[in-house]
Write a new protein. Structure first.
Length: 377
C-alpha cells in the first residue's frame, strides 16, 4: 500500500496552486507499481494512449501509439502512457494516497519510461501535477510562472518553450515527489533509466463549462423559447438594439442558469465524463440480483473500474452521476453514494443493511453488468 510521508493538509495550505515544490522521500521505500515491460505492453495496445519522444542532437522525434520498440536508440528517448490507471490495477493504487483531493479534479496517471537523457523538453502545462520518481534518477528544473515565455516547436507534436531560469533545479530519486502547479515551465531528463509517475489534476475551464452546459440545454430541449415582445413600438432607429431589448435577451439567457436542479444534473454528468478511454467490459453472462447479493454476503468485494468517475452531491445523495449519466436510488438508500463514489471497493462489511434494499442491489447489478464495478479476485 502506498502511503505519503507528509501531511497533505499542510501541503495543500502551503503549495497547492501556489508554488512548485519537491517533497524528498514523499514515499518511503518506493517500488514501481508496474514494470517497464508491462508499461511497454500497454503502449503497444491500440486503445491505450501512448507516445514515444526521442531527441537526436537538437532534432526531436515523436510517434503516437500503438508503439513498437524495434530499432529504438540506446538513449535519449522515452515513452509515455496516458491514463495508465485505466489499464493497470497495480498502477492505479498509486492514486489512492492522493484521494484526499476531490476525485472530480483528478484527471489521470501518466507514466513515463526514460532512457538516460530522455525527456519531453521544456514545456508548460495547465495541470497540477505530482511527479513521483520511481526507479532511477531524473534531473528536474522548474521555472517561475510568467506570461511571456517564447514557444518553440522542436516537433509539430511538441509544444515546448525556448528557455527559463529555474527556481527549482534538483535531482529526484525514488520516492521523491515534484509538485508543479499550472503555468510553471518545467523540464526533466533522465540521468539513468527512469520511471516517472505523473498524477495529474485538471481544473475545468469557464469556456468548457459553458459549452458543455449549452450542449446539455440543447440535448434536453430546455429553453426552446423565442424572444417575444407583443408591445413592440415603432421606431426611428431600426439599426439600434435598445438597452431594454438587450436586457430582455440577457435575462432570457440568465434564466436558463436559474434552475438549480437542472444545473446540478448537468454538472454531475459533465464532471463524471472521462477524458480518457475506459477499459469497460460488460459482464458476460450478466449477473442476476440474487447473485450479486450472495457474492457480497459471501464476504467478496466489488472494485470500481480504474478511471471510472462517480460523484454525488451530499445534500442529494440518492442521485449518482456515473460516467456521464444520472442514476437514481430511493431516498432511503442515500448512504450508497458514499460507498459507490468515495470508496474504491464495496463489501458487505461496509454496506450493512443497505444490502437488503432491493433498489440498491438492482443498481449495483446494473453497474456490474455495465462493467463499471467488477469482482475483486
Ligand atoms: C508532466 O507530468 O508534466 C511531465 O512533464 C512529465 C513528462 C515526462 O515524464 O517525461
Amino acid at each position: 500500500m502506498y502511503q505519503l510521508t507528509f501531511s497533505f493538509e499542510e501541503f495543500l495550505a502551503e503549495f497547492w496552486q501556489k508554488k512548485p515544490t519537491i517533497i524528498k522521500g514523499g514515499f518511503k521505500d518506493f517500488i514501481d507499481p508496474i514494470s517497464p515491460d508491462e508499461l511497454a505492453g500497454l503502449a503497444m495496445e491500440e486503445e491505450v494512449d501512448s507516445r514515444y519522444v526521442a531527441k537526436h542532437g537538437d532534432k526531436w522525434d515523436v510517434k503516437h501509439g500503438p508503439l513498437s520498440f524495434d530499432n529504438v536508440p540506446e538513449d535519449n528517448w522515452s515513452f509515455i502512457v496516458q491514463a495508465a490507471n485505466h489499464w493497470h490495477e497495480g498502477a492505479a493504487r498509486l492514486i489512492t494516497p492522493f484521494r484526499q483531493m476531490p476525485n472530480w479534479l483528478f484527471d489521470d496517471l501518466m507514466i513515463s519510461y526514460s532512457t538516460s537523457g530522455g525527456g519531453v523538453g521544456a514545456h508548460i502545462d495547465q495541470y497540477d501535477v505530482f511527479i513521483v520518481q520511481g526507479s532511477g534518477k531524473r534531473h528536474w528544473r522548474v521555472g517561475p510562472k510568467k506570461d511571456d515565455y517564447e514557444e518553440e516547436f522542436g516537433h509539430p507534436a511538441l509544444r515546448q518553450i525556448k528557455s527559463f531560469d529555474p527556481i527549482i533545479d534538483d535531482i529526484l530519486e525514488p520516492g521523491d515527489i515534484l509538485y508543479i502547479p499550472p503555468g510553471f515551465p518545467h523540464d526533466g531528463y533522465a540521468i539513468d533509466t527512469s520511471m516517472s509517475f505523473s498524477i495529474g489534476f485538471r481544473s475545468p475551464k469557464k469556456q468548457e463549462l459553458l459549452s458543455s452546459f449549452a450542449d446539455f440545454v440543447i440535448a434536453n430541449e430546455v429553453g426552446d423559447v423565442h424572444y417575444h415582445n407583443p408591445e413592440l413600438p415603432a421606431r426611428k432607429t431600426p439599426g439600434a438594439i435598445l438597452s431594454s431589448e438587450f436586457a430582455d435577451m440577457e435575462a432570457m439567457m440568465r434564466s436558463l442558469l436559474d434552475h438549480p436542479d437542472m444545473m446540478k444534473k448537468w454538472m454531475g454528468e459533465h464532471l463524471s465524463q472521462s477524458r480518457h478511454e475506459l477499459d469497460v467490459i460488460a459482464a458476460e453472462p450478466p449477473w442476476q440480483q440474487a447473485e450479486i447479493y450472495q457474492f457480497l454476503e459471501n464476504g467478496e468485494t466489488l472494485k470500481r473500474l480504474g478511471g471510472l468517475r462517480a460523484f454525488y452531491y451530499p445534500e442529494k445523495p440518492h442521485q449518482l452521476y456515473i460516467n456521464g449519466e444520472t442514476y437514481e436510488l430511493p431516498e432511503e438508500c442515500g448512504t450508497a453514494a458514499s460507498y459507490l463514489c468515495d470508496a474504491e471497493d464495496i463489501s458487505q462489511d461496509v454496506l450493512g443493511k443497505l444490502i437488503d434494499h432491493p433498489a440498491f442491489v438492482a443498481l449495483l447489478t446494473q453497474l456490474v453488468n455495465h462493467g463499471y464495478w467488477y469482482p475483486n479476485e
